[in-house]
Design a protein around this ligand. Sequence first.
Ligand code: SF4
Ligand code: SF4
Length: 182
Amino acid sequence: MSGITPDISNYASKDTMIHQEELTFGKWCRNIWDAVSTCFKGLMITGRYIVAVKPVTIEYPEVREELPTNSRSRLFNDVDNCISCLQCAAACPVDCIYITAVRRDKEAPKLKTDDGTPIKLDLRQYTIDTALCCYCGLCTTVCPTQCLTHTTDYEYAQYTLSEMKYDYLAEDIRAWKHRIVK
Ligand code: SF4
Ligand code: SF4
């Protein structure tokens, strides 16, 4: 190790100068005034927000935000009006719609959707893996009977990805029609 010792006398003298700055009575009063006035300014801003500014948060879940009707949130397929045309699955960019359908028995009673479209196929599976869905809305746009819709429901967090795969023929999911479809 070299024997050169840095000269710190300049630094030491500057520090000493800072600490030696004299606190006059006038400066002491100014410090007090600065402390009181800046506290007061802060409290004025707080007070203005308390009395004059509308809250920007809501007390969820007691209070719930209503989304606009054209929101693209949880998907719902009213399977009784689905004609199994596969157009939604063909339009889906991430291939997360799984449909199985078979031709209806010729002897079976004729069925129609609410808009009068004949139902020629029996839907056996209609599943959407909403964990893969990017909520682009293409599937709902092409649906000829408009049975597939985006709802405004946004409360469907799950603990596992598999729970986000919905079988729309299941009774509990059919029941969403009365709960989340407006
Ligand atoms: S909204 Fe979802 S399911 Fe529909 S086409 Fe887009 S990615 Fe596919
Ligand atoms: S586009 Fe509509 S009618 Fe056709 S399979 Fe999809 S949901 Fe059913």
